[in-house]
Design a protein around this ligand. Sequence first.
Ligand SMILES: Nc1nc2c(ncn2[C@@H]2O[C@H](COP(=O)(O)OP(=O)(O)OP(=O)(O)O)[C@@H](O)[C@H]2O)c(=O)[nH]1
Ligand SMILES: [Mg+2]
Length: 222
Amino acid sequence: MAPRQGRYQPAREFHVVVLGAGGVGKSCLTAQFVHNEWIESYDPTIEDSYRAQVAVDGRQVVLEILDTAGTEQFVAMRDLYMKTGQGFLLVFSITSASSLTELAGLRDEIIRIKDDENVPIVICGNKADLEDQRCVPRTKGFSISQRWGAPYYEASARTKTNVDEVFIDLCRQMLRKDDAGEGYLEEDKEYDPYSISYYKKKRKQRRSDRDRDPHRPKCVIL
Ligand SMILES: Nc1nc2c(ncn2[C@@H]2O[C@H](COP(=O)(O)OP(=O)(O)OP(=O)(O)O)[C@@H](O)[C@H]2O)c(=O)[nH]1
Ligand SMILES: [Mg+2]
């Protein structure tokens, strides 16, 4: 690992969870990002994990990527991986309106389980190469992105369009969050681990910091 500005910077390690309905392309996006390969066949996932190392703005990041099952059958495992996940890639297919609808429930669950409205999330409208089969207008993805405060990318695992970009965006969000810390610092004079109002105040503060952030989520289209 190269030292940066004369200082040794260890690689940061983050847990990423790829979520979305069955068949939207979660495994294909992951395979393109991790192995640069395109998978034509459909083999429903139970659960797979991958490790990948990437350089983000000159910093080394190691990702532990959990490729989850789109089928409801394995919902019981969700709580656990939502707890461990630090960044979430919410995938739908632009050819399926219901796959987008499903994401709302997943996002609610993430926020509830992590008890944090500022969890790093990227919304990914996959299969953008199938424009002639599009069922979800770009504007719909954009308005959800605005509402959730999470960036929206249209991607194609088939043509490897915006695949690296979605993972890199997630890395940037996780790095930013990690650099900023959670704000629950012992040095903080008001710190009280048993006070609900303390946590509420901190959450409000984080929200207004996010609003002032010049790197606020954006909508990326092809
Ligand atoms: N045209 C096109 N097909 C895609 C794309 N991404 C995935 N597919 C196809 O869609 C099918 C399902 O892809 P998967 O990546 O296995 O879907 P998944 O979301 O992992 O599905 P589950 O594991 O069942 O949740 C496969 O046949 C892929 O070849 C894409 O960007 N464009
Ligand atoms: Mg899969």
